[in-house]
Design a protein around this ligand. Structure first.
Ligand code: B3K
Ligand code: ZN
Length: 885
């Protein structure tokens, strides 16, 4: 908790560290009511900072200093300065050692940062600035050190003692305690430090690297979860192979460990050789985890593993460069997931997520560039912009350079910077140097916030047989900057003829066509491209594969969108054409609702969906995606003023119409797929995910008709399936239905069956929190009293509070302000318990400018109440104050 007004930190103020820490020797004595940490730092003056011996300012927070020595002499309080975040020493020589002893209290650490307890085990989370809550240190990523760590604890409760690197010694000590020493041969910043102690079991395997070294793989979990590790282990081995094949990256230590913990602020953490994971990102088996959860485990295991190169071997110079490792690693894990599953479906899901949530962030008060210029609390910058937009930026470099050129660039980057702490500019420089290109203008993607708009218009000259596309780009003002310079926007496109075929593309001045799908670089505010030899006016397929994170507009007619939906050779754009058509129809319904007119759905949407449903040669996962209407959150993002009630009414009306008109086809595809599911053992693979995805979306439409045969099918699926994907869908369908008795019975039996599995109970909370039926807040409040709920567990907060405030728009935005009041009360409580989680849960309130004046006033009032509620963490303070600015 802060004692003074939090300060803004600026990228432009970056300076290299005054001192370096060559070696770090740590000893932890873990006890039930305190922990003692002894640190010996082998230090020297940083030669890059020149002569002189300025004060050594070590970071440290919430530490009780017991002793400090420099060399052999213990210092007295007169020799140093101590405040609540620093210990300042006055070195007398260029090279010296510092020894400190501190007492800390992991057993009462509810912020889950630094060393803390999750249930019965000890674990750590140091990124970004958690290490300073463990010991006095230069807690910044450009200070890299060789770590040796000894952990001692009571043997019976903590038989397993882990840290980074390789185990080098261990043994018993007096009073039933024991100890183990780990040595990490790789230099690393403190944020990659990890320690775990607990009563853990492990699943073991091995991986033989491309240079034939054998690596031991271990996944540590609490004993009751030992049967849920296989999927993560398989995912890990696939990731290790993929990174060798795709990026030429081999694992470096002899052991790679993953530990699952229940209390964790995010998905997982890439600590060197000892990844610590939220149990939700490791544990998966058919009976307890959905297909989506299986895919998430695969992706997060890969993401953290890939960080070993993009993050650990080459790390960030400072936290403004966070996207250097995060954007690149998300890009890498997306490539992996595309290769393991359907690439088009993966792209669709990523883009839907980006357009709904990152675009909203970019349009809100917390908007910031991929490489921010300033922050108050770095924990607030683990954002969709840094991660997802950062990945899109890397993806655009990939598009511009091609796969081979990109690989040359990444090889040079890893070779040039191995063992260093570097910047986003260094990454781009490696891409430039390896390919002999100039990306100067492209780098605006790193420094300018906001989602660019790209307006495209066409003209066809029948006499000259030329077709012109005109591009006009703008970027809205964001809190940091009003005026933006033009971006480099790679636009992948094709031109489609009357038969639905791609035309050969020859730009003015080119002797030959260059393929039938190509990438144009839009670099000016206004730019025209002229295609020659075009016999008849074509239909453009623009921004194929979503080749740039922009809002593209083109005046498509609904009939043209129907053509693209059926004929575009680009799978992503087929889906996107369907989404554009649906958006047009839903916006029309929303307007009718607002004007108190009867809603009439354009029959073309039903025809288009019917065609998709009848297409048996299309990947079933694609069919499922194409049948999904844009979410309420996306529709809200697209509108200047989010009319949540009208959007909800319009979307529900359209869903009902689709269900009614396409009942037969939906029922047929549901039954065919359910029959296969009934007879097939669960397999976590793409084809099976696809079958269940279509089966389940069909069921959710069918239930809107409330026919007895659908109820019967839902109950059959709920009772007789062998996996969580089918069971949870059946439960969700019942929860959102009017069949109150069946709903109550299913909820009770589900809870009874899974009461001892916290991850499954999270899903049970989420399904109910997301129900848009009236009375949402009361249901959520009642669920907070359930014995399985606790505000201290971030997964529970996300499952119940997050699902309600972020996904249940009609209930959260209740016009009496009750949802806002409820959330603000919780933020005030969470601020004291876990500032990072509190700040994250705030985001729905930060978007207050999107709503009508009445709701705006209510939301702003709650933000003001939070601001006045007492001592705020820097996390919450930053988000609230920027939202009100
Ligand atoms: N690098 C971590 C995130 C740490 C967040 C700290 N507040 C997980 C990841 O992106 O892999
Ligand atoms: Zn990451």
């Amino acid at each position: 908790m802060r004692t003074e007004q939090p300060k803004m930190i600026y990228l432009k103020d970056y300076q290299a560290p005054e001192y370096l820490i060559d070696e770090t020797h740590l000893t932890f004595e873990l006890h039930d009511d305190h922990t003692l940490v002894h640190a010996q730092l082998v230090m020297r003056r940083n030669p890059a900072r020149g002569a002189g011996l300025p004060p050594l300012v070590l970071d440290g927070q919430q530490l009780e200093l017991l002793s400090v020595s420099v060399g052999d002499s213990e210092l007295s309080p007169a020799d140093y300065q101590l405040d609540d975040s620093h210990l300042t020493l006055h070195p007398k020589a260029d090279a010296f050692t510092v020894d400190t002893s501190v007492r800390i209290h992991p057993e009462t650490n509810t912020a889950l940062e630094g060393l803390y307890k999750s249930g019965k085990m000890f674990c750590t989370q140091c990124e970004a600035e958690g290490f300073r809550k463990i010991t006095y240190y230069l807690d910044r990523p450009d200070v890299m050190s060789k770590f040796t760590t000894t952990v001692s604890a009571e043997q019976h409760s903590y038989p397993i003692l882990l840290s980074n690197g390789n185990p080098i010694a261990s043994g018993p000590s007096e009073d039933g305690r024991h100890w183990a020493t780990w040595e990490d041969p790789f230099m690393k910043p403190a944020y990659l430090f990890a320690l775990v102690a607990g009563d853990l079991w492990c699943v073991e395997d091995t991986f033989t690297t491309m240079s034939a070294r054998e690596v031991a793989l271990r996944i540590y979990v609490e004993p009751e979860n030992i049967d849920k590790c296989q999927h993560a282990m398989t995912s890990l081995k696939k990731s290790m192979r993929w990174d060798e094949e795709t990026y030429g990256r081999e694992y470096d230590l002899d052991i790679f460990m993953i530990v699952a913990v229940n209390d964790f602020n995010m998905g997982a953490m890439e600590n060197k050789g000892l990844n610590i994971f939220n149990s939700s990102a490791v544990l998966a088996r058919a009976e307890t985890a959905t297909d989506a959860a299986h895919q998430r485990v695969e992706a997060i295991v890969a993401h953290e593993y890939f960080h070993n190169w993009s993050g650990n071997r080459v790390t960030c110079r400072d936290w403004f460069q966070l996207s250097l490792k995060e954007g690149f690693t998300v890009f890498r894990d997306a490539g992996f997931s595309s290769d393991m599953n359907s690439a088009t479906v993966k792209r669709i899901q990523d883009v839907a997520y980006l357009r709904t949530h990152q675009f909203a962030e970019d349009a809100g008060p917390m908007a910031h560039p991929v490489r921010p210029d300033s922050f108050i609390e770095i924990s607030n910058f683990y954002t969709l912009t840094v991660y997802e937009k950062g990945s899109e930026v890397v993806g655009m470099i990939h598009t511009l350079l091609g796969a081979e050129g990109f690989r040359k660039g990444s090889d040079l980057y890893f070779e040039r910077h191995d063992g260093q702490a570097v910047t986003c500019d260094d990454f781009v420089k490696a891409m430039e140097d390896a390919n002999g290109v100039d990306l100067t203008q492209f780098k605006r993607w790193y420094s300018q916030a906001g989602t660019p708009r790209l307006q495209v218009s066409e003209s066809y000259d029948a006499a000259a047989k030329t077709y012109s596309l005109h591009f006009h780009q703008t970027c809205p003002a964001t809190p940091d900057k009003a005026e933006k310079l033009p971006f480099v926007i790679p636009v992948a496109l094709g031109l489609i003829d009357a038969h639905g075929n791609d035309l050969p593309l020859r730009l003015q001045g080119e002797p030959q066509p260059q393929g039938s799908s190509r990438v144009l670089s839009v670099t000016e505010e206004d730019q025209t491209f002229v295609f020659e030899g075009i016999e008849a006016k074509p239909l453009p397929s623009l921004l194929r594969g979503f080749s740039a994170p922009v809002k593209l507009s083109f005046d498509y007619s609904r009939d043209q969108l129907m053509v693209l939906m059926q004929h575009d050779s680009d799978g992503f754009n087929r889906w996107d054409a369907g989404q554009r058509l649906a958006v047009q129809c839903l916006q029309e319904l929303t307007a009718q609702y607002m004007e108190n007119q009867p809603m009439v759905l354009d029959p073309r949407l039903i025809t288009a969906f019917g065609t998709v449903l009848a297409n048996h040669s299309l990947d079933q996962a694609m069919v499922a995606e194409m049948l999904s209407l844009p979410s309420e959150a996306y529709l809200a993002e697209l509108s200047d003023r989010a009319e949540v009630d009208a959007i909800h009414a319009a979307r529900e009306f359209a869903r009902g119409q689709i269900a009614e008109h396409l009942y037969g086809a939906l029922w047929q595809r549901y039954q065919a797929n359910r029959a296969i599911s009934r007879d097939t053992a669960y397999v976590p693979e793409a084809e099976h995910f696809a079958r269940r995805a279509l089966q389940n979306i069909a069921l959710s439409y069918l239930m809107l008709t409330a026919k007895p045969e659908v109820l019967e099918a839902t109950l059959e699926q709920f009772d007789a399936c062998d996996n969580m994907t089918e069971r949870l869908t059946a439960l969700a369908v019942l929860v959102n239905s009017q069949f109150d008795a069946e709903k109550a019975k299913a909820l009770a039996s589900f809870a009874e069956h899974f009461k001892d599995n916290p991850l499954v109970m999270d899903q049970w909370f989420s399904v109910q929190a997301g129900s848009t039926l009236p009375g949402g807040l009361k249901r959520v409040q009642a669920l907070m009293e359930h014995p399985a709920f606790t505000l201290k567990n971030p997964n529970k907060v996300r499952a119940l509070i997050g699902a309600f405030a972020q996904q249940n728009l009609v209930n959260f935005h209740a016009v009496d302000g009750s949802g806002y009041r409820f959330l603000a009360d919780l933020i005030i409580q969470l601020n004291a318990l876990n500032p990072q989680i509190a700040a994250r849960q705030l985001s729905p309130l930060t978007r207050w400018r999107k709503y009508d004046p009445h709701r705006q006033a209510l939301m702003r009032g709650e933000l003001e109440r939070i601001l006045a509620s007492g001592e705020l963490s820097s996390d919450v303070y930053e988000v609230v104050s920027k939202s009100l600015a």
